[in-house]
Ligand binder design. Structure first.
Ligand code: SF4
Length: 365
């Protein structure tokens, strides 16, 4: 079946998705991109939502084999921002009119950490409440697997979105890239708990993992649809030298380029199939290609997360190597982002939370 024939169907099967992912010729890829862009315009419009990204701590109890801040990496200098530093960063986001922030860290489940996150959420709400933001900035959390009770506490404190990446839905692949104590089922249970609590829920995968097939990625897309998620944040697998996977697998420029192209096709397919969700164009794309995030927008993404982590800490939040935007100040990231978004003919939705329409549409039905 041709790409056009697949794209004219009402819904996509696993085989259809795998075939779309295998498209290589520039003509076929452009047909896919255009369809995704049209779907985006029809369902969520052309605005780009911004979330100021605060990477507040790189302590992590987990040991994912691909991650530069895994607990066993003794070469990473550990840090945690003070609650005041987190609030200051959020105030900057309000000043730039981003509307929302993302609080991201490694996984910790101790009471001290939970209380700290709650203080950050409440502090941000308090400090950013204004005529323009009567409820303060929107807050997305990305702090890993927690109990349902903890999720409820975070939600009641004022966070309303949560990102928890599944990384891959293939159980064999999941167990190859994580230690035994980390289970795919636990992550799925956590995603269900987040929905139960009332969060707008996002997930995502790494693309181009060693041993991952196009069928695996097709299953991942169908998982997003079946889980009825509201947000997608995914990107190419990028190695870090201080990790078991970084040491084990060689990554050539050609492989990086392949992962980059595959990631753009994944964004396009998610947009076509899931229609009204929010899809982030992630920093990982820009690590491979200087205009990677702009490309993500061209393939149907509608969210960008400019860095507002205090600059001196950014170099220690290296999940993968060559991460961009580590030495710039928040104001530089702000103007860089404006320029990048304008360069692909898109405009920014300033001063709004930018919730995924999918969540609102679900509430209506
Ligand atoms: S990917 Fe997340 S959970 Fe895994 S080691 Fe890195 S920070 Fe921790």
């Amino acid at each position: 079946m041709s790409i056009e024939e697949i794209l004219s169907k009402d819904t996509l099967s696993r085989d259809d998705i795998a075939q779309l992912l295998s498209a290589e010729s520039p003509e076929e890829v452009e047909i896919l991109r255009r369809k995704a862009y049209e779907t985006m315009l029809e369902n969520v419009g052309d605005k780009v939502y911004l979330r100021g990204l605060i990477e507040f701590s790189n302590y992590c109890v987990n040991d994912c084999y691909y991650c530069g801040i895994r607990r066993s990496n003794s070469n990473t200098e550990r840090y945690i921002l003070s609650v005041e530093q987190v609030i200051e960063a959020a105030k900057l986001a309000a000043e730039f009119d981003y509307g929302s922030v993302v609080l991201q860290s490694g996984d910790r489940r101790d009471n001290q950490f939970i209380d700290y996150v709650i203080s950050c959420i409440k502090g941000i709400k308090e400090a950013t409440r204004s005529e323009k933001y009567p409820e303060g900035l929107g807050i997305t959390l990305c702090v890993g697997e927690q109990t349902e009770e903890t999720y409820r506490k975070f939600f009641e404190a004022g966070a309303h979105r949560y990102l928890l990446r599944i990384e891959t839905t293939n159980p064999d692949l999941f167990s190859k890239i994580h230690p035994q104590e980390q289970r795919l089922e636990a992550r799925i249970e956590a995603l269900n708990a987040l929905k139960q609590v009332g969060f707008q829920v996002g997930t995502g995968v790494m693309i181009g993992l060693p041993g991952q097939t196009l069928d695996d990625l097709a299953d991942d897309v169908l998982f997003f649809r079946n889980m009825d998620v509201d947000m997608i944040g995914m990107g190419p697998y990028l190695p870090h030298n201080d990790t078991p996977m970084g040491k084990q697998y060689e990554t050539t420029e050609e492989i990086k380029q392949w992962r980059f192209n595959l990631s753009l096709k994944m964004i396009a397919i998610c947009r076509i199939l899931l229609k009204d969700v929010n899809i982030a164009s992630t920093t990982a794309l820009q690590t491979i290609h200087p205009t990677g995030r702009e490309e993500g927008l061209r393939y149907g993404a509608n969210v960008i997360m400019p860095q507002i982590t205090p600059t001196e800490y950014r170099k220690n939040y290296m999940l993968y190597e060559d991460k961009p935007c580590v030495s710039e100040f928040a104001a530089e990231c702000h103007s860089c982002m404006q320029m990048r978004i304008a360069s692909v003919g898109r405009s920014i939705a300033y001063g709004v939370w930018g919730d995924p329409l999918h969540f609102r549409n679900k509430q209506r039905n």
